[in-house]
Write a protein that binds this ligand. Sequence first.
Ligand code: ADP
Length: 396
Amino acid sequence: MSGNAILVVNAGSSSLKFALFRLDTAGVLNLAARGQIDGIGSQPQFKVKDDAGRALVERELEVTDVREVKDAIALAGLWLSTHFPGEALLAIGHRVVHGGADYAQPVLVDDAVFAALEKLAPLAPLHQPHNLAAIRALRETRPELPQVACFDTAFHRTHPQLADVYALPWEYYAAGVRRYGFHGLSYEYIASVLPQVAPAIAQGRVIVAHLGSGASLCALRAGRSVDSTMGFSPLDGIPMGTRPGALDPGVLLYLVGQRGMTAAALEKLLYKQSGLLGLSGVSNDMRLLQESTEPRAQLAVDYFVHYVAKEIGALAAVLGGLDALVFTAGIGENAPAIRARIVAACAWLGITLDSNANQRGDICISTTASAASAWVVPTNEELMIARHALTQVQGA
Ligand code: ADP
């Protein structure tokens, strides 16, 4: 094994996010740089920051230079090798949204694995093809490097059967209509750090609230996922920035059957136009909604808090009680007022907020007398992917 760095790649439809981690002599991965190319194919922009968040580059690119993911990869690769000439890559870790029913762990990508992941594309048509485009491009340009696929679904493969099926005829389950769950890399990271940051709860009944622009909840028992609010797709569960969360399927039947909506129009409605944005008519950004005086902006915030609290109750029922609630991701880490309202709605579960600790953004935000505790733990999906990629090459 030669080399001292891991590159993490997260490729989407119009953006490429990447992070470079250096392996120190103690075997610890440290962030060296984090960047992204947005607006691929339209108005590409290139930004990279160092480990302290200082801008290393921020510039517009020509659309003719960045038409697709593989152009963005080539550009980012060139920039990284110029600015970090001392780093030799050990492996590249890729965020891949769907690992289907079989991948419960990250996997080194060979031809057979790649073909299997391509077969899963219909389950995540908006994300999987772009994730795979990045792997394909890097397998061509850097064939000597191990490419490791890390899945958003894998951490949830520990769900019991009851949390894996829908009440549909079995042929649909066999055809792949299952509750896969998502945000698994975030939950896995949180579960991996709880023994250090909150040892008293790590083996207990914990609900993790990943509240970002995408949002979901995960029920952990002794650090393993037993249920989550997202299911077959990342649309289910609690409301999000532009996705509605759980919706009566009768609404979809009505929109298709009575209003003649196409699958493409429905996809746009459910992924891009609903949630906080649709309900408020103002924004998908919780910061703007909190500042807004528009009644519908307030309604959207109320709706978010209400449904997060309601689903925490549902997962507490699954766990048979609750030892701790952990907040993470953009809203969970940065919005004390939203945390306070959610915790207040969960008072019946025995959580009492320490308002000062919550305002300060302490790790523990519940009082010492609180029967169940509340925490803020920043997530780090990129580091989780980097660790997985390293483990795969070390084990190879
Ligand atoms: P993703 O990685 O899914 O894009 P993040 O976890 O970065 O999302 O979360 C982004 C969201 O977090 C933003 O859209 C915004 O609504 C919310 N957010 C970030 N900072 C704050 C803040 N200080 N107050 C309220 N909401 C915030």
